[in-house]
Design a protein around this ligand. Sequence first.
Ligand SMILES: *Cc1c(COP(=O)(O)O)cnc(C)c1O
Length: 420
Amino acid sequence: MEFPFIEREDREVAAALAGEEQREAEGLELIPSENYISRAVKEAMASSLTNKYAEGYPGRRYYGGQEFTDAVETLAIERAKKLFGAAYANVQPLGGANANIATYFALLEPGDTVLGMELSHGGHLTHGHPVTYLTKIFNFVRYGMKDVETGEIDYEDMLRVAKETKPKIVLAGFSAYPRELDYEKFVAIAREVGALAVMDVAHIAGLIAGKAAKNPFDYGFDIMTTTTHKTLRGPRGGMILTRESAEIAKKIDKAIFPGLQGGPHMHQIAAKAVAFGEALRTSFAAYAKQIILNTKAMEGVFAKQGARLITGGSDNHLILLDAETSFCISGGEAEMLLDRAGITLNKNVIPGDTRPAMDPSGIRLGTPALTTRGFREAESARVAELMIDVLTKRDDAVVACAHEEVRALAAAHPIPESFS
Ligand SMILES: *Cc1c(COP(=O)(O)O)cnc(C)c1O
């Protein structure tokens, strides 16, 4: 029994929790923003630190009794700095969205401009989607890919827009872009117009920490914002890293508290400290490398099938696939069909999508969670084959047969409790 107390005292919640445990154990998770945490991270999240108010920062709190909150937050900060080569870290953001919002408020005045990635080319909601309140306060302008088939960013156009609109922030980073960026060019454009260079590494933080992807700080980026629960494999939460400027770091601290948030979630911060400790081990670098090898293995199977991959392939942990062109099926239908086979991924808009946002043309998939389960290239390739089978044949028998193999693959690779 995973939840003995809840089981005894609250059967309804216990049933939902047990259901989710089973769903995760028996299915294959291909949503590239999801992962499995260790038992150690889970223990920290369930600790008594959730009881404690700790408004402020280590050594500068509003309430008493901070001996242990200061200890865990300091550990989280020091480990984060070491992982990413940052001079400053704020580990209090409740999520990636909060990290971005606080960064805008720290560095901008209302009406100021942010130059960010075209949302349909992979940018995130918090990079200025019209449905967010951010667009009522700040002005978002866009750059995009020059060539969707290779993923190359249109740096010339980016420079032109930057010169024209004088952004205060040049923002890189994405939720659905499978390629590495030319960080030198981003930083050069930011410097040319006097903007700060900010990279939202929410998706690829684990790849950077594991040195399987380039570190934007090595190229002069000023700030990185991130989640801690995607490839970084920590608790749900966010973080803001500053490369070297004490002045920027101070503004960011003030923007998080008291500007945006109340009491920090100290149990989550303790869990971040544990996860960062795990990411500092050499085994994490091997994990990060394997994520990319597994993505390449899947890419190879899709390419052989003649499927259309946006940007032609992937350098990281995710693949964006044009399901409409590749398999004559909408992204929404593909998502539902694969769900029936125990394979979870998400529908996604693709650049120039002609279908509605609620049922776009693409699907987005990635390997961080499978890799945590110990999948290697052969098993990853097999998952891609099963996906192709389901998406091309679609009848109940094929779906049932694929589901059976998915269950067997999942059973052969149980979710690990620790990663050492
Ligand atoms: C996931 C993501 C976020 C938001 O993180 P939440 O924790 O869901 O708020 C922000 N930016 C990018 C690029 C992301 O992929």
